[in-house]
Design a protein around this ligand. Structure first.
Ligand code: GLA
Length: 387
């Protein structure tokens, strides 16, 4: 892989003198969805699929950026003086946003760069290809320019660039899961305190299956920011009668007692999801620690129902994938993962049922939606690394 990437780099940039090869994973969230910007808990893991980068410094201030996933765009040329979001800059807004964010954080990048990327995360699948590119860029900048930043800070810088350069008000989950990934472990993160713990995932005789709806989604044009605002409004109203700082501070009983102050059916439903999903995540992690995978799976299913009915971020494609998965013997749990509105689902499936799963869910999906879904059996991998 390393050799192939260096050859490709040489083909694009003339030679591969001084170029180094890096990797950052994608992520899948097992449970705790739309809780990370509500001061709640999340439980994602890094994957062995992700984004590869080949990079070297330049003597001038030019940025020559090339993605083997978007070859038709060729080398996209700009410079350190042009760190402003633009639609035409397309995918390069992600690495450029991170370079910009380093500057904002007092670490100006002083020299240009040749950068080639290639990713094997299905694009727009909801497995965080953009956060993967962001963390990868930060990891490369740290190495090439000698910045002293921890992986956790790389996650925060990635989020900062997504929020302030790319205009998506995302939480910290994706960048954190990617920057802090650990093989065979999910990360139990409290987004209110940033305390975290690794939880080994031992899926004996079971597999993690990703079903990709192939309904493309960009966070920017989705209703993601709208959901976030709805939660903020609900929180403000709840704060009139409670001392909470975030929706994650509430338990279910207290929520039921005070919810009417929100005064709007839709906003109550949004807040209910945030509160219940956070508590579900705590219970799910407890179940996993007790090796009670059946309960973990049931909570995954409940999470989907809440995202479908209260948070309304699923849609026909994701609902079809999940509801068909639930019908299959050997499915421990299945739910949408990531922001929703398209993207993919995650299912825990007994090994012997994986083939039937892909066949049956695949056929039902094609019948209902009119095009194919794709299925991937994934492994939990580590964080960013140099190859
Ligand atoms: C996207 C965002 C995350 C998180 C999820 C929903 O992936 O980037 O911060 O909010 O959606 O859980």
């Amino acid at each position: 892989m390393k050799q192939q990437l260096l050859e490709k780099f040489a083909a694009v940039f003339g030679d591969a003198e001084g170029a180094k090869v890096y990797f950052a994973p994608g992520r899948v969230n097992l449970i705790g969805e739309h809780t990370d910007y509500n001061g709640g808990h999340v439980f994602p893991c890094a994957l062995t699929i992700g984004t590869y980068g080949v990079a070297r410094r330049r003597a001038d201030d030019a940025l020559h950026l090339y993605s083997a996933n978007f070859e038709q765009l060729g080398v996209v040329k700009s410079s350190l003086k042009e760190l402003i979001f633009s639609k035409e800059a397309d995918w390069t807004n992600y690495p450029k946003g991170v370079i910009w964010a380093f500057g904002q954080k007092g670490m100006p990048v002083t020299g240009g760069m040749d950068l080639l990327l290639w990713g094997n995360i299905p694009n727009g699948s909801g497995l965080s290809s953009s956060a993967s590119v962001e963390v990868l860029t930060g990891f490369i900048l740290r190495d090439l320019y000698g910045f002293e930043v921890s992986n956790q800070e790389l996650a925060l810088i990635g989020q900062y660039s997504e929020n302030h350069y790319n205009g998506v008000n995302c939480g910290i989950m994706d960048q954190f899961a990617i920057a802090m990934g650990k093989a065979d472990c999910a990360i139990f993160l409290d987004t209110a305190t940033m305390e975290y713990a690794y939880a080994p995932i031992r899926l004996e005789a079971m597999k993690l299956v990703i079903s990709c709806s192939n309904k493309k989604r960009g966070l920017g044009d989705s209703k993601y920011n709208e959901r976030r605002t709805e939660c903020e409004t609900a929180l403000e109203r709840l704060q009139k009668v409670t001392g909470i700082r975030t929706l994650g501070d509430l338990d279910e009983d207290t929520f039921e007692k005070v919810k009417d102050v929100i005064g709007d059916k839709t906003l109550i439903a949004r807040a209910r999801h945030a509160v219940y999903e956070n508590r579900r995540t705590l219970r799910a992690v407890e179940a996993l620690r007790a090796n009670d995978i059946a309960t973990f799976g049931r909570l995954m299913n409940e999470s989907h129902i809440s995202l479908r009915d209260d948070y309304e971020v699923t849609g026909r494609e994701l609902d079809t994938l999940v509801e068909e998965a639930w019908k299959i013997d050997g499915v421990i749990g299945s739910r949408m993962t990531g922001a929703g509105f398209g993207g993919c689902t995650v299912s825990i499936v007994k090994e012997e049922a994986v083939d039937v799963f892909c066949q049956q869910v695949g056929a039902a999906y094609r019948r209902a939606v009119g095009y194919d879904a794709d299925f991937y059996v994934v492994q939990i991998g580590g964080g960013p690394t140099q190859l």
